[in-house]
Write a protein that binds this ligand. Structure first.
Ligand SMILES: Cc1cc2nc3c(=O)[nH]c(=O)nc-3n(C[C@H](O)[C@H](O)[C@H](O)COP(=O)(O)OP(=O)(O)OC[C@H]3O[C@@H](n4cnc5c(N)ncnc54)[C@H](O)[C@@H]3O)c2cc1C
Length: 966
């Protein structure tokens, strides 16, 4: 029956996509066609587009178009699929424009992207990554009446927050089957949706209104999902779309968002109770249970269900009942099947009709599931008023329950009149404001405000929903017992104290911060993410003890704190670009800097192996690559640092810049950095292997010819074959590039003098400098832990011989499942006080152990201790402070000529040690003689007490033995 209801010709988008995909590629259009109705939607793995967005728009081009996009430059592209639909009936005909959709996938999180298609260019910010603070604007029932005001409200700043995504809780255009109204609406919202990604779900006006059910313009035909499915791109599969199964879920930063269709299965006027109707309702219910069971609350601590219809609503219209008592459900199974109390008393078509108000039936099954999985909020529209409840379960306030919000206040008229009496769970109501809800999900709580259109200061309502303790508690209880087990075993071996502290901290339940290899863990009291310099200054001024985390790519405990942790993930903007410098906020990742520079044909002189680290984080430890151009910090020509008293120090061409460029975060929080840049250039990357003995003989010759050289061994202790990696400037054209793992075996660069040819193992690629020197490293998941020791460049071969001996000594006890890496890079000298390259052209020895956090403690200790001892005692090695090391302040003082000056400056700028943690104290605070003097008698005293306790125990033990013997 429902199928017969389609009297117009409906061309499903998905069917069109299949045919046009192929033909579209063949006839890639160069036709000029104006682009309108541009909407960015969030996409997901469910449709094969991880971390992606859809760019959807209308155009009169009937061939595929190319959407160009990228971070700095629009250097990537995606091709559109396209479709259109026609409606032909005796009274109403409509032919849609061609709707194009391009999928931009694998985007970086929280990053500003530019995109262009034909004559249109725009930009949007991708959503935050899992577990990061997330902001949403939510509204339902928008229509066109006050669209300008609502858009302003949705986009504008609220308590320092602007939306990462916009959610529409149903009833979008109020086209009601007249599809030109959809076109108008899509054009009116383009300014908003072309720059902030959106998602949403259909309401009744996208489904049941018109076409013989309710209609003001009888000539237009029933919507029946037509406008919604053809125009709003959500992450549902083509099959689901074809069958009108519009429900789905999506992780948006730290929020798991579930979108449910109240009208599912309602296709046509007479289908309530049909198999088709039941099938759809059951499928959606099964989806909901499965989806909720799979949520990882450590990544998305908050769950919000977005749907159109509201169940707990105090407004007189649009209620449904499944018992004589409002909001109670006597018989959930019967209610689920659509047997409403109102049907019997008030008659179908009145309030409570199963088709018009399907939410009672759905609530009958959903509520227990919401409760079981700790859904935090259900946000709906439908009723054109605002209401917010206390947390409720089964019509009663329950602290573990769900907060229901009705925000059908998008601007399509107001309902008036409330039920009587108002239930005690109703906490805030208004039937006179248009406005939107702003969800701000922080680490510890989710705040939901309601702000009326036109308001700038006053918020009509605000509620805080704390991060669920019960779930956290469950999580931590599991962790607790697991860790007790681990601790029990660890007690027998190592780290008693550390594991005990971990267990205790987990039990307390504070936020966990982990570094990249997950070996460094801390539980900061507060983790703050300032969005402006002023906010950063206030935080610094008011905190007693602070550490800043960059991207957590340091292996050492350099970031750890149990007090205030700051992340600059909201301070990631470009501040200034000049002919030869670029100034960025401290939190900007290096790869974004590379991309912005490349857009201008410029580059950093050198980069490291990966580029996900932040500008400040990378440079504070002296992150380096290899070659004749120094570490990344060597290219810094200006810095802005928020120091302990909250003021900002600007350093430019000053002696102090040399103190601050590598400072382990101990001088203050770096809010911005200015780097020098050079013209972008092309390099060939050449890799080949050599037997160890030959390599040792040829190294100097290779060094004379190639400025950027590094080498490593991956097969130790058994196989000592050396891999040599060269980067050579070239003018050769870039063919396949270096980032797609396509190599040639015929380098364009000739072999060094004395070599007739490159070794047979050679492979090479040519690319722009930063793509030859490193990778982005975002998806680098093979965990390892690394130590680097910096010695004079001339000590490379001597050092190698000694380290090879160490490997030979440890070979017998080596666990073969743990892969070893031994490598050397070279870095130019610089003038930075605490730089490992200070005044010394350096050979950087690296020892890496490829292993997860669960093993290798012993191996790490042997290889790393061994390398440090050899390199420090023989060659006055300096440590990479972001990598494993066991240095003391006394050792640092020995190898850093300007150590004392740095320590004096640190004390002057930060007299209370606000920016110090245990690790930096260990490296910078030299033990005074008096404390050394005290340590000795205290140790002796401790020894005497321990001996006393032992002898008492031993005597008792002997006595027991004696009595047992007799
Ligand atoms: C896969 C991988 C590859 C690597 N490759 C290389 C390489 O090729 N060469 C190399 O030298 N190193 C390399 N490293 C090490 C890494 O580059 C450094 O440890 C770097 O410091 C990490 O930067 P981050 O942004 O993650 O900062 P974090 O590790 O989070 O912090 C590092 C330091 O910077 C401080 N800090 C961060 N932001 C600020 C700020 N705004 N103000 C003040 N202080 C701040 C922190 O307090 C801390 O002291 C690698 C690490 C990994 C995990």
């Amino acid at each position: 029956q429902s199928r017969n209801y389609f009297i117009f010709e409906f061309t499903s988008k998905t069917a069109m996509q299949q045919t046009t995909c192929l033909s579209g590629l063949a006839f890639m259009a160069l036709v000029s066609a104006s682009v309108t109705q541009v909407h960015i939607g969030l996409s997901s793995e469910a449709v094969g587009c991880k971390d992606g967005v859809s760019v959807a728009f209308a155009s009169d081009s009937t061939s595929s178009l190319e959407v160009k996009y990228g971070v700095g430059a629009t250097d990537k592209s995606a091709t559109t699929t396209f479709s259109h639909y026609d409606i032909n009936s005796p009274n109403y005909t409509y032919s849609s424009p061609t709707f194009h959709t391009a999928m931009l996938c694998n985007l970086l999180s929280n990053t500003q992207y530019k995109y262009t298609v034909q004559d249109f260019s725009g930009s949007f910010k991708s959503i935050p990554e899992a577990s990061k603070k997330t902001v949403l604007s939510v509204v339902g029932d928008i229509g066109l009446d006050v669209i300008g005001d609502t858009v302003n409200n949705i986009l504008s700043d609220l308590k320092g927050s602007t939306p990462d995504a916009i959610i529409i809780a149903g009833d979008w255009a109020y086209a009601n089957g007249c599809h030109k109204d959809w076109d108008k609406w899509m054009k009116s919202t383009q300014a908003m949706f072309s720059k902030v990604p959106m998602l949403g779900i259909n309401g009744n006006h996208e489904v049941i209104v018109a076409g013989g059910i309710i209609h003001a313009q009888p000539e237009c035909l029933s919507e029946m999902y037509t406008g919604y499915i053809n125009r709003i791109v959500t992450p549902i599969t083509p099959e689901a779309s074809k069958d009108f199964r519009t429900w789905y879920s999506k992780d948006i930063g730290n929020i798991h968002a579930i979108f449910l269709d109240d009208y599912t299965g309602i296709i046509g006027p007479n289908n309530i109770g049909s198999d088709y109707w039941f099938q759809h309702r059951n499928q959606q219910f099964e989806f909901l249970k499965k989806d909720l069971a799979s949520v990882d609350r450590t990544k998305t601590p908050y769950i919000i269900v977005f749907k159109h219809n509201t169940y707990y609503s105090s407004w007189v219209k649009h209620q449904c009942q499944c018992s004589s008592v409002k909001f109670e459900i006597d018989d959930p199974e019967s209610c689920w099947k659509g047997n409403y109390y109102m049907n019997q008393t008030a008659g179908a078509g009145e309030l409570g009709d199963t088709r018009a108000e399907p939410h009672c039936g759905l609530q009958a099954k959903f509520e227990d599931v919401y409760m079981q999985y700790g859904v935090d909020a259900v946000i709906a529209g439908h009723v054109h008023c605002y209401e917010r409840t206390a947390p409720i379960y089964k019509n009663k306030i329950n602290p573990d329950g769900i907060t229901y919000i009705t925000v059908g206040t998008g601007g399509h008229g107001h309902y008036q009149g409330a039920i009587s009496p108002i239930q005690e769970w109703s906490k805030s109501m208004s039937d006179s404001y248009y406005g939107m809800s702003r969800v701000i999900a922080d680490d510890d709580k989710m705040t939901i405000h309601f702000r009326a259109n036109g308001e700038t200061t006053t918020l009509f309502d605000s509620v805080e929903i704390p991060r669920r303790k019960s779930l956290l508690a469950k999580h931590y209880t599991t962790c607790f017992f697991t860790l007790i087990g681990i601790w029990y075993f660890a007690m027998m071996f190592y780290c008693r104290l550390v594991t005990l502290l971990v267990v205790l901290a987990l039990a307390i339940g504070s936020e966990v911060w982990k570094n990249w290899d997950t070996r460094q863990i801390c539980y900061p009291e507060t983790h703050l993410r300032p969005s402006s310099l002023a906010e950063l200054q206030t935080i610094v001024k008011n905190s007693d003890s602070i550490r800043v985390a960059g991207r957590g790519h340091s292996f050492s405990p350099i970031v750890l704190t149990n007090q205030t942790l700051i992340s600059l993930e909201n301070l990631v903007q470009l501040i200034e670009f000049t002919q030869d410098t670029i100034t960025v906020q401290g939190g900007m990742p290096l790869h974004v800097i590379n991309e912005i520079l490349a857009q201008h044909g410029r580059a950093l002189p050198n980069v490291g192996a990966v580029a996900v680290q932040t500008a400040a984080g990378a440079t504070q430890t002296g992150t380096h690559g290899t070659g004749n151009t120094g570490a990344i910090s060597a290219g810094i020509v200006g810095m802005e640092i928020v120091v302990a008293n909250g003021t900002t120090v600007h350093l430019r061409q000053s002696n102090l810049l040399d103190a601050a460029r590598v400072a382990m975060g101990t001088l203050g929080v770096i809010s911005s950095i200015t780097f020098q840049h050079v013209p972008l250039w092309t390099m060939e990357q050449i890799t080949f292997t050599m037997p160890y003995d030959e390599f040792v003989m040829d190294l100097r010759k290779l060094q004379q010819t190639f400025e950027r050289l590094q080498w490593y061994m991956m097969g130790l202790p058994k196989d000592n074959t050396v891999t040599v990696l060269l980067r050579v400037n070239t003018t050769a054209p870039i063919t396949t590039g270096c980032w797609n793992n396509t190599f040639t075996s015929v380098p364009v660069t000739p072999p060094p003098l004395g070599w007739s040819q490159w070794p047979d193992s050679v492979k090479s690629c040519v690319d722009v400098s930063y793509k030859t020197l490193g990778r982005v490293g975002e998806n680098n998941t093979k965990l390892f832990t690394e130590m680097e020791m910096m010695v004079g460049a001339e000590d490379d071969l001597g050092g190698l011989e000694k380290i090879m001996q160490l490997h030979a000594d440890l070979a017998a006890s080596h666990d073969p499942s743990i892969q070893l890496f031994l490598g050397v890079r070279y870095v130019e000298a610089d003038s930075i006080w605490l730089s490992p390259f200070y005044n010394r052209k350096t050979a950087v020895f690296s020892t890496i152990l490829y292993a997860g956090p669960e093993n290798v403690t012993k191996e790490l200790s042997l290889y790393h201790h061994g390398m440090q001892d050899i390199m420090y005692s023989n060659y006055q090695a300096r440590p990479h402070p972001g990598k494993v090391n066991y240095f003391t302040a006394e050792m640092m003082q020995q190898v850093y000529p300007r150590f004392d000056e740095f320590v004096a400056l640190q004390l002057e700028w930060d007299p209370t040690g606000k920016f110090m943690n245990e690790y930096t104290k260990g490296l910078l605070v030299v033990q005074t003689k008096s404390s050394n003097l005290l340590t000795i008698p205290l140790s002796i005293l401790g020894g005497i007490i321990a001996l006393g306790i032992f002898s008492v125990w031993f005597q008792q033990y002997r006595r027991k033995q004696y009595y047992q013997a007799i």
